[in-house]
Write a protein that binds this ligand. Structure first.
Ligand code: C6P
Length: 420
């Protein structure tokens, strides 16, 4: 581990929630960031200030508060555009999160473009949010779902990609980082191959955008979805990036205020982008909070955040791999983002999480909304520790020690139980 890769621990002071003890005297060790991260004071302040000083509905009122709110909302959009390296602001659609963004594409683009026999290319490491909307699309249209196989160590196996990616493939939907395996997928390579057969590419960036620099033009992807709450922003706000010419050709998903140009007694015409996909009152303060989160992350630098998490994950991998009876899921540290999922021969994942919680360590246990992946791995549940910019080496060491203790407590004694 290179100590120089680590961010200063003083960053933690930006996150008031982290400075607490739980279960009496245990310092909180928050390692459940892949589920939802924490927010720095700057984000909380931006949202409080918006509500306290500037709040009104956007794009509607001809009064000072509405103008201020509209400016702040649209400024947030321009920050997202820059953060994602998108060409135009109207390619940035505010949604409620990654799930909403993927569903929007599956419904709007999918229904308009897929026919029976067309193929949707997925893989088994996807989150349910990047599986179920495509299954529903397949049910509606008669399209067929296919999967890129996985390697033994939990990467996409692209060796025989030609077998799966064919001229019948209309869309490849892939996560940039697996929320369970931690695998960083080769999105750019996949996008190039998909475009060669005329397919479009949707990237689930829920677990990558908070941690790795994302440039949609460099990656050459068509759609990309993310969630604000996993990147120091608030809940209820997300982003769908879409290539302008695709979004322009797509029908609106929801009907209502804002998304129209003109409504007649029996019909309507749609507004231009991005309003076409933002029906109703949008998550105004959520967007402003996301803008503040982007400012915060950019001030530190995504490359530094990634290097920090890489150092933590290497240490976690190294330490946990020495725990007796452990199985670490996914590829070696250099190929993964900052999370580690594991199973112990005993006890069960939920018991592990509960025992770690008693020590003040918050992790997630279960299937992490990746049931097909857990089936593929032959397990029903795993325990996951996921890191962010404010986690420390000390916290990783506390995790390793606590997991070792749990395993020791459940170690088989070798004594046979006497028959009564
Ligand atoms: N994963 C986790 O603990 P939403 O809920 O829409 O903000 O994000 C959904 C989602 C989509 N894709 C990936 C890769 C994800 O990890 C998630 C959310 C959380 O892993 C909650 S299940």
């Amino acid at each position: 581990m290179t100590a120089s890769a680590l961010l200063p621990e003083s960053l933690r002071q930006d996150f008031p929630i982290l400075a607490q003890h739980v279960h009496g005297d245990k310092p909180l060790v928050f390692l459940d960031n892949a589920a939802s991260s924490q927010r720095p004071e700057a984000v909380i302040k931006a949202m409080v200030e918006s509500y306290a000083c500037d709040y009104a509905n956007v794009h509607r009122g001809i009064h000072v508060l509405s103008e201020r709110s509209t400016d702040a909302y649209e400024l947030a959009r321009s920050k997202v555009r820059a953060f994602l390296g998108a060409a135009y602001e109207h390619e940035i659609i505010f949604t409620s999160g990654t799930t909403a963004g993927i569903n929007l594409v599956a419904r709007s683009w999918g229904d308009a473009n897929l026919r029976a026999g067309d193929e949707i290319l997925l893989n088994l490491m996807e989150h349910h949010s990047n599986l179920v909307p495509w299954f529903q699309l397949a049910e509606r249209t008669g399209a067929v779902v296919r999967h890129i196989p996985l390697t033994e160590d939990g990467r996409l196996d692209l060796y025989d990609l030609d077998e799966y990616l064919t001229p019948r493939t209309r869309i490849v939907a892939v996560t940039a980082v697996s929320n369970t395996l931690g695998t960083i997928n080769p999105v750019r390579e996949l996008a190039r191959a998909a475009h060669d057969v005329g397919a479009v590419v949707l990237v689930d960036a829920a677990q990558s955008a908070p941690h790795l620099r994302t440039d949609v033009q460099e990656l050459d992807v068509d759609f990309l979805a993310l969630s604000g709450h996993k990147m120091c922003g608030p809940t209820g706000i997300g982003v769908l990036y879409g290539r302008a010419e695709l979004l322009e050709a797509m029908p609106p998903m929801f009907g209502g205020g804002s998304m129209i140009n003109r409504v007649y007694a029996d019909r309507f015409t749609s507004a231009d982008l991005p309003a076409k996909f933002e029906a109703g009152t949008p998550p105004i303060v959520g967007a402003i909070g996301l803008g503040a989160a982007i400012d915060y992350l950019e001030a530190i630098g995504l490359d530094r955040i990634h290097a920090h998490e890489q150092a933590l994950v290497e240490r976690a991998w190294e330490g946990l791999s020495q725990v007796e009876g452990i199985r670490l899921l996914g590829p070696r540290p250099e190929l993964r983002a900052g999370l580690v999922s594991f199973v112990l021969d005993r006890p069960h994942a939920h018991d592990i999480a509960q025992l770690l919680d008693r020590e003040g360590i918050a992790v997630r246990a279960g299937h992490h909304c990746t049931q097909p992946l857990h089936d593929h791995l032959g397990i029903t549940a795993s325990t996951r520790a996921s890191f962010y910019l404010y986690n420390t080496v000390g916290e990783v060491d506390a995790l390793i020690a606590a997991v070792r203790d749990v395993r020791d407590r459940f170690k088989p004694t070798g004594r046979k139980r006497r028959r009564a």
